[in-house]
Write a protein that binds this ligand. Sequence first.
Ligand code: FE2
Ligand code: FE2
Ligand code: FE2
Length: 479
Amino acid sequence: MTALRSMDAYRSYRGLPPLAGLATITEASRQGLGIEACVTRLKRYHYALVRLHEIFTARITAEPIYELKTAFSHQAYLCAEHVEAIRTRVGEMREPPLGLEVVPDPNLEIAFDEILAAPTTEELVVAIYDVALPALDAALSRHLADTNPLADAPSVRVCRFARLELADMIAFGREAVACLVGDDAKLRMRPWSERLTAAFAAAGGLDGTGTVSPERVPRLYSAKPFVYDPVPQRDERFTDLYNQGVNAEAFLYDPAFPDRAKTLMMLYKRIREIDVPEMMASIIVETKGKPWRYYRDMSRQLWDEARHAMMGEVGFIANGVDWSLARITFNWSLRLNTECTPIERHAVLYFIEQGLMSKTGKRYEWETGVRSGDPLMATIQDYDWADEVLHAAIGREWYIPQIGRWKEALEYGDQCWSKIVSNWTSVRNQGLTDHENWWPELYRQACASWGVEPEPAALAFHQTYENTRADLKVVSASG
Ligand SMILES: [Fe+2]
Ligand SMILES: [Fe+2]
Ligand SMILES: [Fe+2]
């Protein structure tokens, strides 16, 4: 009682907030978690975020729904950043960071293996957003309640930042589940979602503060190990997936065509970038044993590519254009994922992105956007350019040293891309596409929305990708 009374009597200078605003004196007087308990918990959040990063990434390619593909791209990146933050924090706590790769509890592993192996989109979103993320958020919230807010302020900061983004992810997920999963489906998957909850409980909760069970929760979907599916899937708004009927670069670099019309080709190139996350996910999933910063940087790039696709989506909508008129092919991601090794894919990606750094690359697209008079186009291209410069730097850091010198690495990328010979004729002969020229209809729709007449020469454009590697040997296709 004496101690409490003296604490109550304590006054900071002129009533200023004490303790740098971290907490009250009373809050900072509790014993809280010792270093060992704190690190043990941090390692479990770390494990959960590593697994969530893995799950989001591994499910990007074969997830058909574009809104989920892009959200998984974003959320994988967020998880990667929080993993990095926790690793740094653990490394500050008299702990060699080595112990971070240890599985903290077999039932925790079972829970995340089950989610990774969820057989349908419905089960996946329920497991992630109704079970796993709320469990992680509850654990972080408990950490804030249990630890000493002054002594453990660096961990508190890491947990608070993580919770901020977890709240966004959970809010997105709750809406997604409401849109995609009916009551019947929820009822059908209840035994499985209860099994997941049981696995978390058997692990003593995500943070291990509950009673730990010696029994292992039986596996259902993960009884057979998960196999990554490299074949990209798209939802029903994406049709004619092998179409290579409109050579966007040929139009974009032809000085005869008007800048305003070129913005539509740039928007097509932006939304087509959705094939990059589909491809990069395969590199990340199939490349093991790299330092965490590799996965963080690659996930950042993957997310940027998804963001560029969404900038294209927004640009089309803002111009009154139905983007599904464009045939947003998956030919590139499908072929790289199924015909190349991970390092070959990375080589192709680097080669393409290096090409974007030339005078005819991203600067040209931005200048065209500015000249078009559409301020949104200028913004889209400005940020697309900046991101692509970052990607070239990421390639320099993580790809080039795997091959050798810059020149060799670039040549290797060129060779790897040349390996993928054009399938223009074969996909047409197989009846997979007629390479329909979708451009005139899309251009007409934009002109109607702009209140102008289509320009005849631009309307008549009909150059395809037949016999042309998509970079015209000079300029780049994806990117
Ligand atoms: Fe990029
Ligand atoms: Fe890109
Ligand atoms: Fe881009």
